[in-house]
Design a protein around this ligand. Structure first.
Ligand code: ATP
Ligand code: ZN
Length: 298
């Protein structure tokens, strides 16, 4: 009998596509995908990837077509609120927060227009493609406003006179700026999420979900992690240890011919910023090297 295969839905073409594929490749998945094909076959895991519009991903898991999905929290929460409003049960579970697809759903007003806080939204027309999230935001603040639901091009709605302000996704803010809009409030901080079906999966599928999640955790930890090597005066060791971000047990190695100095090697599990390196240098560190970590298994 054929082995049961996991089905994972990812965005077909958009901002989440490349980071999702890269993440899967880093988890060791090799897929063969013909041009414009809807499905790719996992060659070395019993897992197939379905390429769809991001908005359809929660539905595919909800309706048991896929076991797993990679989607933005914004899309997921919108769907969750929509299902709740319609009295339907939610049938997808978040498994992991992923470190890509970062953006926020924000309110933005035309530049030069004042914003008097959420209370000032009363009676205003707000254009969005996220009516449920916006409605939830307004309800929580006890504000009544008119939600203008659009399917796209939200940022030009104020100029067209269709709305007074907008509620849209922002990452750098350059699109807002280009449309003479000013971000004033965050409705939701978003990032990509791995979701799964609440169904109990057969043992083999279930085992592969576990393996995939374990690899994902490793990949994400490694992404931030750096291997730091430096020379330090023995007298400054305590301070240097304190400065090394997220590393509990650095390796201390004596340096041949300089009894007052040691080499320090450490895996730092947090982002190493230039400021940290400058502080290390100030504390007496020299010959500082920061290297990427390829793989890690705790
Ligand atoms: P589709 O055709 O799949 O429906 P789309 O136009 O809805 O595509 P994209 O613009 O590719 O989708 O965005 C997909 C997801 O990427 C968003 O839902 C969000 O989670 C995330 N994202 C990250 N940064 C941004 C950003 N600056 N603007 C919009 N989405 C962003
Ligand atoms: Zn979409």
């Amino acid at each position: 009998m054929d082995e049961p295969r996991l089905k994972l839905a990812i965005q077909k073409s958009g901002r989440l596509t490349d980071p999702s594929l890269e993440m899967l490749a880093r988890c060791g998945l090799k897929i063969s995908r013909g041009k414009d094909q809807l499905m790719a076959y996992g060659e070395n895991m019993p897992l197939d990837v379905l390429f769809v519009r991001d908005d359809d991903i929660p539905d595919l898991v909800q309706e048991d077509v896929c076991d797993l999905g990679l989607v933005g929290l914004n899309v997921l929460e919108e769907k969750r609120l929509e299902l709740a409003a319609r009295g339907h049960p939610v049938r997808f579970e978040p498994l992991r927060t992923l470190d890509f697809g970062r953006c926020r759903l924000s309110l933005a007003v035309p530049q030069g227009q004042a914003f008097a806080g959420p209370a000032g939204l009363a009676g205003k027309r707000i254009a969005t493609t996220y009516p449920y999230l916006l409605e939830n935001y307004l309800r929580e603040r006890g504000v009544t406003a008119e939600i203008v639901t659009l399917s796209g091009a939200v940022e030009i709605a104020p100029r067209l006179g269709r709305a007074d302000l907008i509620c849209d996704l922002v990452s750098t803010g350059s699109t807002l700026q280009a449309n003479h809009l000013r971000e004033v409030e965050t409705v939701l901080e978003s990032h990509a999420v791995l979701i799964r079906t609440p169904l109990t999966l057969p043992p083999l599928k279930s085992e592969w979900v576990e393996r995939l999640v374990m690899r994902l955790d490793g990949v994400q930890q490694v992404r931030e992690s750096k291997y730091i090597m430096l020379h330090a005066p023995r007298a400054a060791l305590d301070e240097i240890r304190r400065l090394l971000p997220g590393s509990e047990f650095p390796t201390i190695i004596p340096l041949e011919g300089s009894p007052d100095k040691v080499a320090v090697h450490a895996v730092c599990r947090e982002t190493v910023f230039w400021e940290t390196l400058e502080r290390l240098k100030k504390a007496g560190a020299s010959a500082v090297l920061v290297l990427p970590v390829e793989k890690m298994l705790a």
